[in-house]
Design a protein around this ligand. Structure first.
Ligand code: GDP
Ligand code: MG
Length: 500
């Protein structure tokens, strides 16, 4: 994207907790169509886009591509690049995502941190806010899910909140596109004026003194100075000034558990913010609904039968008559009609037999072998995203967790495993839906132990040939053995090279 005659380009970094609506806001801002949901890995990679909302002569208006040319030569036309940072709960370097975010803000110096906060989970979300605010970068809080908050029977006094945290706060509803325009306008103003708010949380006077001394000695943002006091191992190794070690040591003598102290101060502040700005206005319609649903799907007796029923239904539709029909249809279309058509064309043009053999028997039937899995993969993913978005997956995980934790897996691994009995290919693909890499790898290794439909004919031939009298029992034991080996392998893998 050309930057030359478009005025200054601003870079806004989108930061927030997982599930706070970052992807939704990113898509709304950039107009790009990414996957919204919890597909693992989607937000771990760095995503960028150009904001389609523009600021022009102090009036913001919706820019469409048709209008772009009119603005091209206008110096006041600001370009905003949005960078989507990974979803994180804090800036402590406990994970790669947290390190990516912290390093990005320190090294690449975005013009603005757009901190997206889930208003329905204010207390948990504001923890990251208190840390981001110490990065000494202009910042705006996008208070998201305002619609859900209302639904929950709460309201937030945004002005009070803004005053308390000292950071410009804009209420929005990303999924409904509400408030996004005003958010962009306010953000541009903060970025253009390079407004850095006050630090919301202050510590004991001697701690403050130590923080400021470290800041000066190391030339680091406040957050890093605080992290140094907490003995953050990644930062300690980069200390430039020998005086810093001394300050850290002294302060840690006064406050013995620095990390706990700092976290407690943050939470104490957050509690006071929540107390001052959140009020209950009505019944929690959402919770009442959730309770009703939970009373059925998490019922002590019916939960498991309901779960088995749902799995059975998905299994039946995906691998039963319907899925098979679609697969056969695609197979027919591609491997019979299309192959015949190409083959007759090639004959007509009297193409050399080796070449037509390569095309028809090689390429077309090779691709065809893969293409026939498509309908089942699509069906399975459709159901999975439905389970995920409806919240049933989280509840399932809750039911199955106890069982699967013994295997070193999360409850969600159950679904790919079950689907493994239908067909390994879609089942292995569905492993993508699991949240962490370790679960994905481990589940992926275990799925093939679940005997899929294609193994059945092989079992049938061998059992019929070798154990004609006990074919049924042998086939059953083969299935059972597969599961058993799966469990044993799971235990071995989770204790050896895929540790938690
Ligand atoms: P991310 O993990 O931060 O990228 O969050 P997503 O953008 O994937 O959003 C998580 C969930 O919240 C999705 O199901 C969204 O549809 C939903 N969501 C996002 N913004 C809003 C909002 O303003 N209101 C409501 N009710 N739901 C929202
Ligand atoms: Mg996301």
């Amino acid at each position: 994207m050309a930057k030359t005659n478009l005025g200054k380009e601003f870079v806004f970094a989108l930061a927030g907790n997982p599930n706070s609506g970052k992807t939704t806001l990113f898509n709304e801002l950039t107009g790009s169509h990414y996957q919204v949901g919890n597909w693992a890995g989607v937000t771990v990679e760095r995503k960028e886009g150009i904001c389609k909302y523009v600021f022009h002569d102090h009036i913001t208006h919706f820019d469409t591509h048709e209008h772009e040319s009119e603005h091209k030569h206008d110096e006041s036309h600001n370009h905003i690049r949005i960078v989507d940072l990974p979803g994180i709960y804090s800036l402590s370097p406990n994970s790669a995502e947290e390190v990516i975010t912290r390093d990005y803000i320190i090294k690449e110096k975005p013009d603005l941190i757009l901190n997206i906060v889930d208003a329905t989970n204010l207390e948990r979300n504001l923890y990251l806010t208190t840390q981001l605010a110490e990065m000494e970068t202009p910042m705006v809080v996008a208070l998201n899910m305002m619609d859900a908050l209302e639904e929950n029977g709460f309201s937030i006094d945004v002005e009070k909140l803004e005053e308390k945290i000292g950071i410009k706060t804009m209420p929005i509803s990303a999924s409904k596109g509400r408030g996004v325009q005003d958010l962009v306008t306010a953000s541009l103003a903060v970025a253009a004026n390079h407004e850095i708010g006050k630090y919301p949380v202050t510590y004991k006077p001697h701690t403050e003194k130590a923080v400021n001394e470290i800041k000066r000695a190391e030339n680091l943002p406040r957050l890093c100075a605080v992290k140094l006091l907490e003995n953050d191992s990644r930062l300690i190794s980069n200390i430039q000034n020998s005086k810093t070690h001394e300050i850290i040591e002294n302060e840690n003598k006064i406050i013995r558990d620095m990390e706990t102290y700092i976290a407690e101060e943050r939470y104490r502040f957050i509690k006071s913010v929540v107390k001052a700005s959140v009020s209950k206005t009505g019944p929690n319609r959402q919770a009442e609904r959730t309770k009703k649903i939970d009373s059925v799907v998490n019922h002590p007796i019916f939960a498991i039968p309901i779960f088995i029923g749902i799995m059975f239904l998905i299994f039946q539709i995906t691998f039963g008559a319907f899925g098979t029909m679609l697969s056969d249809g695609v197979d027919m279309l591609f491997n019979v009609y299309f192959a015949d058509f190409v083959s007759s064309c090639l004959d007509k043009w009297s193409v050399a037999p080796f070449l037509s053999g390569l095309i028809v028997a090689g390429i077309i039937s090779g691709v065809g072998g893969v293409v026939t899995f498509f309908p089942q993969i699509m069906l399975l993913f459709l159901f999975l995203s439905f389970l995920e978005d409806s919240g049933y997956m989280a509840r399932t995980a809750f039911i199955m967790d106890k069982l699967f934790i013994k295997l070193g897996l999360s409850g969600k691994s159950f679904v790919p495993m079950i689907m493994g009995f239908g067909c390994s290919v879609p089942a292995i693909m569905s492993v993508r839906t699991l949240e962490n890499e370790r679960d994905r790898k481990l589940t992926l290794l275990l799925v093939p132990f679940m005997s899929c439909g294609a193994k059945m004919p092989v079992y049938a031939i061998f059992t019929a040939a070798l154990f004609p009298e006990h074919a049924g029992a042998v086939t059953f034991s083969l299935y059972f053995l597969g599961i058993l080996l799966g469990i044993i392998s799971g235990l071995i893998f989770s204790k050896t090279f895929i540790k938690g």
